[in-house]
Design a protein around this ligand. Sequence first.
Ligand code: TPP
Ligand code: MG
Length: 794
Amino acid sequence: MHGGLGSTDRIALLDELTRKTLWLSNWMIHHANHIRPNVDGVKVGGHQASSASMAAIMSVLYFAILRPQDRVAVKPHAAPVYHAIQYLFGKQSLDKLENFRGFGGAQSYPSRTKDSDDVDISTGSVGLGVAFTAFASIMQDYVRAKHWARKDIPEGRMVALVGDAELDEGNVYECLLEGWKHNLRNTWWIIDYNRQSLDGVVREGLYERIEAIFRAFNWNVVTLKYGVLQRAAFAEPGGDRLKAWIDACPNDLYSALMFRGGAAWRERLEDEIGDQGKVSALLRRRSDAELAELMANLGGHCTQTLLEQFEALTGDQPTAIIAYTVKGWGTPLAGHKDNHAGQMTEAQIDALRTSMKVRPGHEWEPFEGLSASPKELQVFLDDAPFNTRASRRLTSKRAEGIGPIPLDAATTSTQTAFGRILDAIAKTDSPLASRIVTTSPDVTVSTNLGTWVNRRHLFANRELADVFQKERIPSAQKWQFSPEGQHIELGIAEMNLMLLLGAAGLSHSLFGERLIPIGTLYDPFIARGLDALNYACYQNARFLLVGTPSGVSLAGEGGAHQSIASPLIGMAQDGLAAFEPAFADELAIIMDWAFDYMQRDGEARPDLAGWPRDIAGGSVYLRLSTRPIEQVPRKADAALADGIIRGGYWLRPPDPSCEVVIAYQGVLASEAIEAAGRLGGDKRSVAVLAVTSADRLNAGWHAAQRACMQGDDGATCHIEDLLRDVPDRAALVTAIDGHPATLGWLGSVFGHRAITLGVEHFGQTGTVRDLYAHHGIDAAAITRAAQRFLGGRK
Ligand SMILES: Cc1ncc(C[n+]2csc(CCOP(=O)(O)OP(=O)(O)O)c2C)c(N)n1
Ligand SMILES: [Mg+2]
């Protein structure tokens, strides 16, 4: 720790390091755009002005305030500052900085998975990193409330470094509501209030709205408006008038004058408040350069102000820190309304280099041009409180599974089976049961999590009784809250669900304790949380997402509740293995596998045949249905289980006389089986392929193709193995209660002709029978399609 240093020394060193991060971040972007050869003519990009805006805030935080247990989401376009700080800490290589935005180089936006310099929370889609910190904090409380939680890690603060325009994103406010319900603590949002977004300057009066919103949710609001230079000037004679002028100055004018510099400030201030007396004297005591420095000395750029204010925040109340800044601070881009993607010219970067006392050819040297001695700076960096733990990436031991749960029902739906499987797990005292945390956006009961919640209760920081139960009102649901509870009940916002799953799904790495998060929602509303789902996967969070009910099989609910595209989302979403089982035994096997898959973390090589994800692991999405169907009486052996996990198996295998294969995914099993019966009777001319995961079949196929192209001629995959014995002249009929493209590609594997049935248009209310007939996915439609190929017909 910085024990031996006086506060002046600390401030001086932090000032120096801020200059260095400002320089390195700007140079990194300049180097990538103007010095590294541009081979393809596409702009490299990078945000010099947005980085400059945060250089002081981030330097003070990382070099003096943060502790290893704190977790930070850095606004995406300040990534260069982040990388520069890690470089000074010795955690980022020069090579990666030189290759900023290049292949294998430091990433444009901080990335947990692609960067090697200890990024806590990825960012990129603005607003998500901000909200993520709130859910990370809730999950920290959740983990720490459990009897099994490790006790050796102090409670951390979840910190978001927020661009002011990020506050336009709705998910920020959705999470404020949820945070308030869950007694949010230990969360800092530091708002880089430069009053500029991408396209221009923000509206006047925004500050008051922001402040009022935070206060409404019980947040502490700290405003850092004036730096020490300004505060000293305000204390001089005439200073009150200067302060009043600054307070009244519109954002766009302040920015414009900032860009124009000292002489322009003087002219304007003399014009508007120059009184030939005290104020004029105050201005005259300063050179143009000093006047520009004074006007740029806003709270968010003043080391002393930042340090004092951060150190004063000792409680756990969530806190919004509104730090006034200048976009492009300390550079010639300062204040210009078009500076978001603007970059310094060669001449401007030269001028900045000179002012930083950096010699040409020494641009990357960590301490070049600083007045403190390298030794002193190095000791200061080494002693930063942030660096007291060797690795901030934590690990946790695995929660062993308990095997597939056997269910015996002649007829059931996958959603009912899901509830029963969880209930059976809840009855055990297995490590798996203790690490599962369920969550749902106000559809807990209607997605069949009710019995799990009755056994495992709801999570809250403090005990809360179920009033309905106390008042002896009969209800199947016991709604009891306690710190040991294992269900987190959310409001309806699906973005919050996905953000929570993201945070819970990184608990092993962030908090050193493995969780098995399971989130349920109505399948169509995945679209509502899609960006946050993508974000959770991008961060490599691990969770089980259950979309139920799904498709037009949810007949009575009509078109607004019937999902069509979700199977394609499941296929296209990286990091998410999608399954749509038809039968309860399949679901039991998939869930058992999923609990293991979610905890894998092997090194996946992209050149491997098969599916590299099987080594690396990932999250899992289950598309389920409330429609009961007749179950297949069988005992699943190892071969069947293997097929279910790989994505498909023969329900009725083809023989040499096979003319048609009916391939279905999910609940249309009933229609496929019925159609096969109508068509073939006992004969083997019609085969039935059960697809449990078009996603995994497809991914395996692509992986095998890649391997073949890389020279592994023997590479094969599960769908090839399955379709190999289908005669060339046979055709496929595919069927799904969802978009037909999900299975449409099966014909390309060996060039079989195919008719692909599915749902392409919005549904409506009706009976299942009505809707299946309307969309042409019932047994009759499948039969008609198959008949086109039977008896040698084309
Ligand atoms: C969801 C999303 N929409 C748009 C963008 C493109 N974008 C990146 S930064 C930005 C403006 C950010 O302004 P602000 O948060 O005020 O940051 P500043 O650059 O001023 O520091 C925009 C529109 C994005 N990254 N994410
Ligand atoms: Mg801004």
